[in-house]
Write a protein that binds this ligand. Structure first.
Ligand code: DX5
Ligand code: ZN
Length: 217
């Protein structure tokens, strides 16, 4: 079953509660929460207080995508703020701190994801695959919504899917960036199981229809 993860980066923050209620009742599976620090990526979004605040409003599964440098410093605080799954970038920390971050998230009883920027090969993730619940393949350069899907990321998705199958793991593959009803069939065919969509959901007035179009395309 394909999961749809609407990204609130493209929501209207002035009516954030209403936008979240619409994607929750409209069939969204994960709520994708993009956290940016202005250092790991050239943009700043929101962080712990916003995550904790929206946690009070909804039972949705919180899929927190950390685009911050040295994420091991903050993963526990995002768990405490209400994350159900915390993903961080493999490029953002030293290997020993990546293992620390994984253990910290697990100790909080939450799920763990690791994200890859477009230029990072799939193989970099192989040592971590048995330890994580989700591999996040960026299909745009992280930092902004509304960018064009990078079709040259499809082989990376296939490589990860093949390795996950070879190891017999129950690891989701999430794709993030430029996903809409046109690109969704491509990533599904390649092996993605969680589809993040920001602008393709929130620019439409009927969010439920937009998510169903992406899921069923
Ligand atoms: C970009 C973020 C994405 C973004 C996707 O760095 O990680 O989650 O919200 O937006 P769209 O779906 O518009 O490409
Ligand atoms: Zn994201």
């Amino acid at each position: 079953m394909i999961k749809i993860a609407p990204s609130i980066l493209s929501a209207d923050f002035n009516t954030l509660g209403k936008d979240i209620a619409e994607v929750c009742s409209g069939g969204g599976d994960y709520l994708h929460i993009d956290v940016m620090d202005g250092i790991f990526v050239p943009n700043i979004s929101f962080g712990i207080p916003v995550t904790a605040s929206i946690r009070k409003q909804t039972e949705m599964f919180f899929d927190v995508h950390l685009m911050i440098t040295k994420p091991h410093r903050y993963v526990e605080r995002f768990c405490d703020a209400g994350a159900d799954l915390v993903s961080f970038h493999v490029e953002a920390d030293e290997p020993q701190d990546i293992f620390t971050a994984i253990e910290s998230i697990r100790a909080k009883g939450k799920k763990v994801g690791i994200a890859l920027k477009p230029k990072t090969p799939a193989e970099v993730l192989f040592p971590y695959l048995p330890l994580i619940d989700l591999a996040l393949v960026m299909t745009v350069e992280p930092g902004f919504g509304g960018q064009k899907f990078m079709a040259d990321m499809l082989p990376k998705i296939r490589t990860l899917r093949a390795e996950i199958s070879r190891l017999g793991l129950d690891c989701e593959i999430e794709v993030d960036g430029g996903i809409d009803r046109n690109t969704s069939p491509l990533v599904k065919e390649a092996g993605a199981t969680v589809l993040v969509a920001g602008s393709a959901v929130f620019r439409e007035s009927d969010r439920a229809a937009a998510m169903e179009a992406i899921r069923n395309a």
